[in-house]
Design a protein around this ligand. Structure first.
Ligand code: FCB
Length: 455
């Protein structure tokens, strides 16, 4: 790429632009959930708890107004199963009504709804009964999905069955980093299979109950995968050759086995031996791509556990964000092209963003990633929308409130939880208004982003 952007990078007029969130991370008061219980054990790194989070549950209209003011036409949010079904079979009607009001408010503002059915968090009663591994887990899950499809289905433009299913599989059951803190390869394989079944069940239930999207088009159901680029650490030579197989293993275990299973309808190695799952094959109408970073596979002691916690082996000269993740824009193009090759379905970016309290790095990150997304579109990738992670600073799982990923700043200790747009929010607004990333916008918000021919 050139030293600076010379031509505007135009996006289609019907492109969806907005942000992404998850219920537990922003709503507040998700008291019947497994994560809530887990937080009380003091396991969050900075000692915080989700607590009232961003109080989105009560302040959604104010947040939607801000999205509208900034020209967003899509918002990704989740429903919290624990809130809707606090005890087995007991439905909290007020909670359902509140979700309806939230989605209606978005529609009234012409903001399309991308709804995640499960973003890792489970009801406490479900977790206590064995979680995903319990004998009747699928029956319970299916009846929850049925309820959502019936009650809210007419308001959902894009369905995400599961968010990054490999995270609960690996972090919950292999490395013991997320609830339920297991370290069991056998259970890891079991939950992998269960989540494939859960995805397939949700896919078919939604199609059965929701014949078309609110705008009249086909019902669109998919999942959101964590697609990081995995590459050997070394640029060349013998080391690179040796690291290649390690990179392939990491890619296979972290997302590729899931994709292969969806494409073939069978449980892929190393989590299974090709067992067939009913209704799984091709159970995706679109692909949700979450892309943040590159993982560099470095051979050496502890390399696998490093990767599990985020792959902090960065080659020299690569900038790291507040999460310790590499900023690697070309990886975005690479994972998009791979998603196109593998699935041949429409793609929506369901997450992309940068943890940076100062915001200067985030602006560079965003413009360089948008340029790579545009490049992938030029190369034939059918990308139809982009949801930036995240709308607002929020509860970042084990990291607590210590990481700032929002384009709107919020201090969780502020009694008023004031929303303060960062320059990134205005950057996104201006790109949406222009329908393009223009040289003027880059000069204004991130003048050094393309300096030195950096991609
Ligand atoms: C993704 C999660 C999302 C958020 C970002 C930073 O893996 O889906 O909830 O934590 O990472």
């Amino acid at each position: 790429m050139a030293d600076r952007l010379v031509e505007p990078l135009r996006f289609p007029p019907d492109f969806l632009w907005g942000t992404a969130t998850a219920g537990h991370q922003i709503e507040g008061g998700n008291v019947h959930s497994d994560w809530w219980a887990w937080e009380q054990e003091g396991l969050i790194k900075d000692g915080t708890r989700s607590g009232r989070a961003c109080d989105y549950w009560n302040r959604y209209a104010e947040d939607h107004a801000l999205m509208q003011e900034h020209g967003h036409n899509v918002f990704r949010l989740g429903v919290e199963w624990a809130r809707i079904e606090p005890a087995p079979g007991e439905i909290d009607r007020d909670a359902v009504a509140r979700y309806r009001a939230i989605l209606e408010d978005l529609h009234a503002r012409r903001i399309a709804v991308c709804l995640t059915l499960n973003h890792w968090v489970l009801p406490q009663w479900f977790a206590a009964a064995g979680g995903w591994l319990a004998a009747d887990a699928l029956r319970r899950w299916e009846s929850f999905v049925r309820l959502i499809a019936r009650e809210l289905g007419d308001l959902v433009d894009l369905w995400v069955t599961l968010n990054e299913p490999m995270v609960p599989v690996l972090a919950g059951y292999l490395s013991g980093y997320f609830p339920p803190n297991r370290r069991s390869p056998l259970q890891t394989a079991g939950v992998f299979r269960r989540l494939l079944e859960a995805h397939a069940a949700a896919y078919h239930v939604v199609h059965e109950l929701v014949p078309r999207a609110p705008a009249g088009g086909p019902t669109m159901v998919g999942f959101a995968g964590a697609y990081q680029l995995v590459e050997p650490f070394h640029e060349g030579g013998l080391w690179r050759a040796l690291e290649r197989p390690l990179a392939a293993i990491i890619a296979r275990v972290s997302f590729d086995a899931w994709d292969r299973s969806i494409l073939s309808g069978r449980v892929a190695a190393p989590f299974g031996f090709g067992q067939r799952i009913d209704g799984l094959r091709d159970s995706v109408d679109w692909i949700g791509v979450n892309y943040y970073t590159r993982i560099s596979a470095l051979l050496g002691p502890g390399s696998l556990s490093n990767v599990q916690s985020g792959g902090f082996n960065a080659p020299p000269g690569i900038e790291l964000n507040q999460m310790g993740w590499q900023n690697y824009p070309p990886g975005f193009h690479a994972v998009l092209m791979a998603a196109k090759r593998n699935f041949g379905r429409p793609i929506y970016i369901t997450e992309n963003g940068c943890a940076d309290p100062g915001d200067e790095m985030r602006r560079r990150y965003l413009v360089t990633h948008w340029a790579q997304m545009h490049r992938a579109m030029r190369d034939g990738c059918d990308v139809r929308g982009y949801m930036l992670w995240s709308f607002i600073d929020n509860f970042e799982w084990r990291e607590g409130y210590a990481k700032q990923l929002g384009i709107i700043a919020m201090d969780h200790t502020d009694p008023d939880l004031r929303r303060v747009p960062r320059d990134s929010a205005f950057l996104l607004r201006d790109v949406i208004a222009a329908g393009a990333l223009t040289p003027e916008i880059v000069d204004k918000y991130a003048p050094t982003a393309f300096a030195g021919g950096k991609p």
